[in-house]
Design a protein around this ligand. Sequence first.
Ligand code: ATP
Ligand code: MTE
Length: 176
Amino acid sequence: MEKAKFGVLTVSDRASRGEYEDISGKYIIEYLKDVVTSPFEIVYRVVPDERDIIEGALIHMADEEGCCLILTTGGTGPAPRDVTPEATMAVCHKILPGFGELMRQVSLQQVPTAILSRQLAGIRNRTLIINLPGKPQSIKLCLDAVFPAVPYCIDLIGGPYITTDENKVKAFRPKG
Ligand SMILES: Nc1ncnc2c1ncn2[C@@H]1O[C@H](COP(=O)(O)OP(=O)(O)OP(=O)(O)O)[C@@H](O)[C@H]1O
Ligand SMILES: Nc1nc2c(c(=O)[nH]1)N[C@H]1C(S)=C(S)[C@@H](COP(=O)(O)O)O[C@H]1N2
């Protein structure tokens, strides 16, 4: 079975400077280890809220490392330095609006300020990129909502066959 590579990109000025621990990126890694049962390795990076650096990291993870999936956390809000969606849009060839719509919908049940997140998802060649908010408590909620569709999306872009622990996330493949 082909070993998948998953990119985890934390976008945070303060975490990148070491002013606080990157809890969100670590939660994402724990989530993947908990849920995904097919073989994979993680490519992990923490970068500041700088559009060029975020784009460079996304392109490196997609084109050089060959990640089939990149999960970003942070920088999706309306503050002047929040530019993760712009960087994601710039490197993607297709946008998948359903991911952001669903994640905001489930997040709204947790906090009314979920509408402030401009998080989106898109495809760069054979890589699916998904933005998650920076708040650690948003990670599981957002991933639980969208992850059932992630393995099939990776099938459709020609990536490795991803399987999950069905007790945690039931991957849905329309063609069975
Ligand atoms: N990677 C992370 N690990 C732990 N907590 C985080 C992380 N990213 C964000 N947070 C928390 O969520 C809050 C809102 O996230 P947001 O991405 O807007 O951060 P921010 O205030 O712009 O921080 P930064 O200066 O690090 O970019 C932060 O103030 C912080 O408490
Ligand atoms: N599930 C969930 N979504 C959430 C939040 C949250 O606490 N939980 N915080 C919101 C807030 S307050 C902001 S400003 C935006 C953007 O956060 P970011 O800049 O850290 O990505 O995400 C929103 N989405």
